[in-house]
Design a protein around this ligand. Structure first.
Ligand code: DHB
Ligand code: FE
Length: 280
């Protein structure tokens, strides 16, 4: 039986990837952020999974606005890193796990979440930056194959926090139905508070973020009650990405232990947070 063994919640700010790729880890502006990741990274490096399910959003970089699936899943062999305008990031091409992904797709659809299947998918910073947070020095390839799960956070009406939490629970059940012994990690990505445009551009809400970082472990039901409008009010338009943390939290279940977390403001215009939870 496959089993979720740990979860990572992390922001995916593109400038974190750019700073990483330029070797700015010791730069005074960036050092506190990169140092904050180290305890999480050391623990994850000691607990390499067989596969990671990465819940993320594309930012109209590789998946356009022509069709906007509410939820999707990447079932292909690999996922080329897309060029967002500054060249392709110098990171390994994520490798898929098609047989597992297709099994999950069926199990999740049978539980009432009609996932859109991406037989072809390129990935943007929404996925590659969390991979770099997970494993900053992967070498030729990432430590494990991945199954990307996509969530629409860009175009109204986005799925609710409650629906994302329930999707996570469906993913958890689907994983446990898989007959082969696999250690599975699940990433919930995006956030924390930020707003990139409009009159509130630059909006950050540290009090809300710290509360969210706490409650994602201790009271996910309270977070799942937030409406999308409340989340946008409290966390900014793009802070709504935090609904993807609830997918991770729903999937990993209630028997968890916080390994470590970190919070840093600002990474460009965004509050960057991360936390690792072990299934116990
Ligand atoms: C930025 C982009 C994002 O997708 C995000 O989640 C945070 C920040 C940016 O362009 O700075
Ligand atoms: Fe984003």
């Amino acid at each position: 039986m496959a089993r979720i063994v740990w979860g990572l919640a992390t922001s995916h700010v593109p400038s974190i990837g750019a700073a990483h790729d330029r070797g700015l880890q010791e730069d005074p502006d960036w050092k506190p952020l990169f140092d904050g990741y180290k305890p999480l990274q050391e623990w994850m490096a000691d607990n390499t999974p067989d596969v990671a399910i990465v819940v993320y959003n594309d930012h109209a970089n590789a998946v356009g606005f022509e069709i906007v699936p509410t939820f999707g899943i990447g079932v292909g062999d690999s996922f080329n890193v897309t060029d967002e305008g500054w060249g392709v990031r110098p990171v390994p091409t994520p490798v898929g796990k098609p047989e597992f992904a297709r099994f999950l797709t069926k199990e999740i659809i049978d539980q009432g979440f009609d996932l859109t299947m991406f037989n072809q998918l390129e990935v943007d910073h929404g996925l590659t930056v969390p991979m770099s947070v997970y494993c900053p020095e992967p070498g030729e390839q990432w430590p494990c194959p991945i199954v990307p799960i996509l969530v629409n956070v860009l175009q109204y009406p986005q799925p609710t926090a409650a629906r994302c939490y329930e999707l996570g629970k469906a993913i958890g059940k689907a994983v446990e139905a898989y007959p082969e012994d696999l250690k599975v990690a699940i990433f919930g990505t995006g956030g924390m508070s930020h707003q990139l445009a409009g009159t509130r551009a630059g909006f950050i809400n540290e009090e809300f973020d710290r509360d969210f970082l706490e409650k994602i472990e201790t009271d996910p039901d309270a977070l799942a009650k937030l409406t999308r409008e409340e989340l946008i009010e409290l966390a900014g338009t793009e802070g709504l990405e935090l609904i993807m943390w609830l997918v991770m939290r729903g999937a990993i279940g209630d028997s968890i232990r916080r390994v470590a977390d970190t919070y840093f403001v600002p990474a460009s215009n965004t509050a960057a947070g991360a936390a690792v939870f072990e299934r116990v």
